[in-house]
Design a protein around this ligand. Structure first.
Ligand code: ADP
Length: 859
């Protein structure tokens, strides 16, 4: 039997280490791929597939990319969620016999890219690790390799763990090989596509700086899993990883991913773009670091009043000081991405140009400090004092690197004169040599009388004296040594010239070498300062976000909210921040929102498109803006501090996870009911619309009653079921409001104004009349309406249990298993129920299902 050639054998051995990555196997000037990798890569990258002999009968599929152009191809693969292993030759082919040694030097994966177009400047790029434990709890560790930020948290349940991961939005998740595959499946449905396995979660001495402050064993396990993965893929020291900060999810205002999506915090529901989102409205940051922090703040609003007030107070200071704020913005514009610069320093791929950016950034720090001090505001002065301008580092960078260095370090010429005396000597030698040569030209012209004589240089012959053919006759024989003949000139050398040349070239070579090693030294110095730079970056990012809040608050006329402990909402003339901005010149109609212990729930009625959703969202967005420390779009706002916000808004089908609108509606309602407290805010928009009228209305009423009686959360409930307005007679703290509309010149005009009391019931028919539907039809509708209203209420509630509804209800009960369970044994069915774990809605469904079986059995 024929066997593979030694090189292919080497390939297969290395490929076995990275079965889930494309292996870029270095062969001379190319990275080659073989076998399946080649077939897939040629498809994904649209490159030509060839084949080569590999020692066996059949040729081996092969495709390759030139080494110098590899980064573009790697990027394409990473963007598609693949991983790439870079395998280099680790010995000089000239010095070896047989197959050159090769090793994987780095793995590039979606969560570990350091440089790429997909690396968005203004967004974090996280890699996370998840570990599940026997008791049902989970720990999550995550880091941003580009900035060094490292975090870890403990979560109680798989649901919350999945929610938290969706919130973090990591580009890649590392788990143990035996982790529940359902988690990966669900996360894939939620747009997280890259998963990796790492089973080693042992503690290593090199992890100590990161683990320093983490005490809990379960947290350490996830962090170690993450760090093992990072070191296995990156194969280099990662000195910029910060010590892991542990946080608790309930130390922030919590919002599940659906609620965040519904409120369009970082992207809009339709189109998924940033435009039209809260981030889009707010992002007046001047630095990429600030932009990333803004997103983090929006993701995690605060819940401690004093922390919120601290931010608000600085925003107030910055609002009051227009000129200082403008000059801060100018200074911040000059500050580069310190976090990612620090990452590049640690990673070893920093360039002289990066160091110039670092210098320019550090030069701004004293200017920023001075401006803050001038504001004469206690909090701003504190902020200024907490900035460390890293003077020694600035001094080093100012004295060492020229202002406009070349792109690469390979040719030198980027270290300043006077920084290193040895380098100065080499440079002197080379410069003096060059002057000597220029003088020699004059001297030789005089000596020979040939005025066109010139001294030139090329890489092959070095320095030479060139004399045109026409002048050769004037040259004294034997004066120079002939070197090269051109068509119209001869080139010569002299021993003296060669001697000087050697001196010049040596000096140049030495100075390039020396510059390179000086650069390494400077880099090491900068590396030592990384923790200081990271702290500085943090303060600058905070300042940037706070000035951004002040800027937006001023241009959009927001006010500083106050916070109360009495669970009161008192918003005067509130606006929806994004709708207001989008409407531009058009008048946005402001609305009040007043809720307190006698008004925990607002039941909002009004025609479609009148502004019910907008009103509800504006209340939630006002709360979020307040709790991130920004001013709010209102004339006055006194708010409670919410612990959680739940929303069920709009009819957007959750197509991604393949669930029906109604199912999503019920899941979101269930989630709110199971988790809300009296400090929460719930928005329910048109709950129950996704199913038949009676069914939907019954559910809506049951939900309202439950929230009212058992939770007491501040709840805004919009509905088109007019019957529900009567609930206010029964439920003490439910208040009816409606969105006003009026008739003007035969048209319906939405006034977008929230008024007390329920909407006019016959409004729909009125609108139809205005729309010129035939009189006969309108009369018939009025007749029917009277008939419907006359029906006793009990009829409505019993209708829910009609047989035809049962199929839908059982679907709602168990989405994963739409087929009803087949069993005749009612008793067994009842015994199987875990009543203590059920929500009231689930219990109701189970009852219907069991009753249906009983009915069938009775037939
Ligand atoms: P509904 O939920 O009642 O169907 P929406 O809240 O979706 O209505 O509002 C419909 C449209 O009305 C919005 O897209 C917006 O353009 C406009 N709108 C809503 N509220 C206001 C307001 N307060 N002032 C001005 N226009 C508004």
């Amino acid at each position: 039997m024929k066997t593979y050639t030694p090189m292919i054998q080497q390939y297969l051995k290395i490929k076995a280490e990275v079965p889930d990555a494309f292996l870029f196997f270095r062969l001379g000037d190319f990275y080659e791929m073989f076998f399946d990798d080649a077939l897939r890569a040629s498809r994904e990258l649209e490159i030509t597939l060839t084949a080569r002999d590999g020692g066996v009968e059949e040729k081996i599929p092969m495709c390759g990319v030139p080494h110098h152009a590899a980064s573009g191809y790697i990027e394409q693969l990473i963007q598609k969620g693949f991983k790439v292993a870079i395998c280099e030759q680790t010995e000089d082919p000239k010095q070896t016999k047989g197959v050159v040694k090769r090793e994987i030097v780095q793995m590039i994966t979606p969560g570990t890219v350091m440089e790429s177009k997909s690396l968005l400047e203004r967004e974090n790029h996280y890699l996370a690790a998840l570990t599940g434990f026997q008791d049902g709890s989970f720990s999550i560790g995550y880091l941003d390799l580009t900035t060094g930020e490292t975090k870890v948290t403990m979560i109680d349940s798989v649901r919350e763990a999945i929610n938290e991961l969706i919130n973090i939005k990591p580009r890649e998740i590392v788990m143990a090989s035996d982790e529940d595959p359902a988690i990966e499946k669900e996360l894939k449905e939620r747009d997280i596509h890259s998963f990796s396995v790492m089973d080693d979660c042992s503690k290593e001495a090199s992890f100590e700086p990161v683990l320093k402050e983490i005490k809990q064993e379960k947290l350490i396990i996830s962090m170690c899993r993450l760090l093992h993965y990072v070191s296995a893929t990156q194969k280099r020291s990662l000195d910029h990883l910060q010590k892991a900060a542990s946080y608790q999810i309930d130390a922030y205002l919590r919002m599940d991913p659906n609620s965040k999506r519904n409120l369009e915090l970082s992207e809009t529901i339709r189109g998924n773009g940033k435009k039209g989102s809260l981030v889009w409205l707010l992002d007046e940051t001047m630095t990429a670091m600030g932009a990333r922090m803004l997103r983090r703040w929006i993701d995690r609003p605060l819940v401690k009043t004093e922390d919120i007030n601290h931010r608000l107070s600085i925003v107030q200071g910055l609002m009051d000081a227009y000129f200082e704020r403008e000059s801060l913005r100018d200074s911040l514009k000059e500050v580069y991405d310190l976090e990612r610069l620090a990452g590049r320093v640690a990673f070893g791929n920093v360039s002289p140009r990066d160091l110039v950016q670092l210098k320019k950034s550090l030069q701004q720090v004293p200017v920023v400090q001075e401006t803050l001090a001038e504001m004469n505001h206690k909090e701003s002065i504190k902020l200024a004092e907490s900035m460390d301008p890293c003077p020694e580092l600035l001094q080093l960078l100012q004295s060492s690197i020229i202002d406009q260095p070349p792109l690469t370090i390979k040719d030198g010429n980027f270290i300043k004169d006077g920084f290193n005396s040895e380098l100065d000597q080499f440079r002197d030698a080379s410069r003096n040599g060059k002057t000597w040569i220029a003088e020699l030209e004059q001297k030789e012209r005089k000596k020979t009388g040939i005025r066109s004589l010139k001294i030139g240089y090329n890489r092959i012959f070095g320095y030479y004296i060139e004399i045109t053919k026409a002048n050769l006759g004037n040259l004294q024989d034997g004066l120079y040594e002939r070197r090269q003949t051109l068509s119209n000139a001869e080139r010569f050398i002299t021993p003296e010239l060669k001697e000087k040349e050697e001196l010049i070239l040596q000096a140049q070579e030495r100075s390039t070498e020396l510059e390179y090693s000086l650069f390494q030294e400077i880099r090491e110095q900068v590396k030592k300062e990384i923790p200081r730079l990271q702290k500085l970056a943090l303060v600058i990012s905070q300042l940037d976000v706070l000035q951004c809040f002040a800027t937006v608050s001023e241009t959009r006329h927001y006010v500083k909210p106050t916070f109360n402990q009495d669970r009161k909402i008192e918003i005067t003339d509130g606006r929806h921040p994004v709708v207001e901005k989008v409407m531009d010149a058009q008048e946005y109609v402001p609305n009040d929102c007043v809720m307190h212990k006698d008004c925990e729930m607002l039941l909002i009625t009004g025609p479609n498109m009148s502004g019910k959703s907008t009103y509800m969202r504006q209340v939630a967005l006002t709360a979020i803006l307040g709790q991130i420390g920004c001013f709010v779009p209102a004339a006055k706002a006194n708010l409670p501090v919410f612990d959680r916000i739940f929303t069920r808004i709009g009819a957007a089908d959750d197509l991604v996870s393949g669930q029906s609108t109604f199912m999503v509606e019920m899941l979101e309602a269930q989630h709110a009911i199971a988790n809300a407290t009296q400090d929460s805010l719930i928005l329910f928009d048109e709950i129950g619309r996704g199913t038949s009228t009676y069914d939907g209305m019954a559910l809506a009423q049951a939900i309202i009653e439950h929230v009212h009686d058992h939770i007491g959360a501040k709840t805004l409930f919009s509905t088109h079921y007019h019957e529900l307005v009567e609930l206010s007679d029964k439920l003490n703290s439910l208040v009816n409001v409606h969105v006003a509309a009026a008739e003007q010149d035969g048209h319906v005009v939405f006034l977008h104004k929230i008024k007390q009391g329920p909407a006019d019931k016959s409004y729909g028919i009125h609108v139809a009349q205005l729309a010129n539907l035939p009189d006969k039809l309108i009369n018939r509708a009025n007749e029917l309406l009277i008939g419907f209203e006359a029906k006793p209420k009990t009829k409505m509630t019993t209708a829910v249990y009609e047989d035809e509804e049962i199929g839908q209800l059982s679907l709602f009960h168990n989405p994963k298993n739409k087929k009803p369970k087949k069993t005749n044994n009612i008793q067994q069915e009842i015994l199987n129920l875990n009543v203590l774990e059920m929500t009231p809605l689930e219990a109701m469904n189970e009852l219907y299902r069991v009753q249906k079986i009983a009915k069938n059995e009775a037939k």
